[in-house]
Design a protein around this ligand. Structure first.
Ligand SMILES: [Zn+2]
Length: 74
């Protein structure tokens, strides 16, 4: 084996490791990502509690203190 072969082998190995890491992180990311939900997200104006409710309601009562809150828009 000459030096060029060693360098080529090293670079190939490095690329392979990078690809494997990206595949692995992608899998982990998908596993921990919350399931896609159409529920609206609400944030209580009084106690700052964050909760979700059905997508067809505009105002929802906070399960903690009962204050009516508008949905959070992103
Ligand atoms: Zn509240």
């Amino acid at each position: 084996m000459n030096l060029e072969d060693v360098i080529f082998l090293g670079v190939s190995l490095l690329l392979l490791i990078l690809v494997l890491i990206s595949i692995y992180t992608e899998k982990v990311r998908k596993r921990f990502e919350p399931a896609l939900s159409k529920d609206k997200i609400f944030r209580c104006q009084k106690c700052a509690f964050v909760y979700t409710d059905d997508p067809d309601v505009d105002r929802s009562r906070c399960p903690h203190c009962g204050t009516g809150n508008e949905s959070v828009k992103f």
